[in-house]
Design a protein around this ligand. Sequence first.
Ligand code: NAD
Length: 297
Amino acid sequence: MFKIGFIGLGIMGKPMAKNLLKAGYELTVFDINNEAVREVTASGAKEGKSSADVAAQSDLIITMLPNSPEVEQVVLGNNGVLATARPGTILVDMSSIAPLVSRKLSDKLAGKGIIMLDAPVSGGEPKAIEGTLAIMVGGPEEAFNRVKDVLSAMGSSVKLVGDIGSGNVTKLANQIIVALNIAAMSEAMVLATKAGVDPEKVYQAIRGGLAGSTVLDAKMPLVLNGNFKPGFRIELHIKDLMNVLDTADEIDSPVMLTEKVLEIMKSLRDEGKAKDDHGGLIQYYEKLAKIQVRKKQ
Ligand code: NAD
């Protein structure tokens, strides 16, 4: 059984690490936030002093960090994973980062005999807690087969999609679809409310038809209650859509709708809503329309 190191215990990493403990894995954890570390050690994990210390004690290392710069720092930086990880170690980066950075890190790690998989997730905090995330993996099949059981302790769908970087390409596709769905829901529900129809009734009437979606069912109940507590923060979705634009630019692929939704998210960030849930995108439309999409009292 793998000795697992887990680095990054935020909204997602914390419940994912706890699910690995529940499944019986031995875990050493690290985060720059001591409180998060305390919470996971209280559930049975061992505390690592740094990323290097975690790597020295593990044969499988999982990272769940905000974005490319943090993953580069944890892997290549001072007191990072590369300094102490042994040849044969597998690193599974489950953060959503730029596919090019996954490929670059994988090359550097390969120089020391360390194998990397990129394995971003979809599902958000509720599915991280339930252990039912969708996990999209890029990297060598042999390494994937060795870690599949570990990933299955955190997710109900674990799919290998291609070489290193493919997991993050898949995640970018996922993030385009989610962002555009939230924008479509916002535009439609503000229109319906302003036209004088109860948005809760509109939601109930359309959710079983072609316009119904996982996004609609996850976000509409929160919107109706004016609850924009994250969840998935607008600032993280901005990060993902910026990675979409960079990738699209490199390969010359059209992303005009993504560009538009990114502008809306940036405008909300500049109004101080960066830490709202991405379902809070509707507030942009609500402000323009001077109306709120809420449950009737
Ligand atoms: P988060 O900001 O809540 O957690 C990130 C954690 O990393 C924090 O605890 C932070 O202290 C830690 N960290 C940052 N730099 C570090 C360093 N140098 N060394 C050690 N620890 C460090 O973010 P999150 O919501 O858990 O998201 C993590 C990743 O998962 C992101 O890439 C995000 O896009 C992706 N994701 C999030 C959700 C969601 O709903 N929150 C859903 C799917 C995917």
